[in-house]
Design a protein around this ligand. Structure first.
Ligand code: ZN
Length: 131
């Protein structure tokens, strides 16, 4: 599926069970964040430790188990966990030895969020057929 309107774009990422890694910045022409859907197969690690210049990262673990290395600490992460890492946090993620790890990662410039939900959302006059 792909739909494009004046104020939106919809794509299909494909089979969510076999995506590997999908990065949405270019595909959706994102302007304020990068979003990736990631899967590390069992036993596989991101092959480097990294930081960011400006972006915080927000992770949501969708399924599986794994490990997070962050600033020298190492601990288990699992389905349902969510975490935020400051730009300077030195991070690496590994899937568990017997479990793949699927997660979403959102990157956004740290300290730029000025409003959200009720403080940024505005009611609009139009209505969908189901309201
Ligand atoms: Zn990163």
């Amino acid at each position: 599926m792909e739909k494009l309107g004046q104020n939106y774009k919809v794509i299909s990422c494909g089979d969510i069970q076999s995506l590997g890694r999908v990065v949405l910045h270019d595909t959706l022409a994102l302007t304020g964040a990068e979003v990736s859907v990631n899967e590390l197969p069992a036993g596989v690690s991101v092959p480097f430790v990294h930081t960011h210049k400006n972006n915080e990262e927000i992770y949501v673990v969708l399924s599986g188990k794994g490990f997070l290395f962050i600033d020298g600490d190492e601990f288990e992460i699992k389905e349902g966990d969510a975490f935020r890492i400051d730009p300077k946090g030195e991070r690496c993620i590994k899937a568990g030895d017997t479990s793949s790890l699927r997660f979403i990662c959102v990157q956004a410039k740290a300290n730029t969020l000025e409003g959200f939900t009720e403080t940024d959302g505005l009611p609009a006059a139009s209505k969908p057929s189901w309201l």
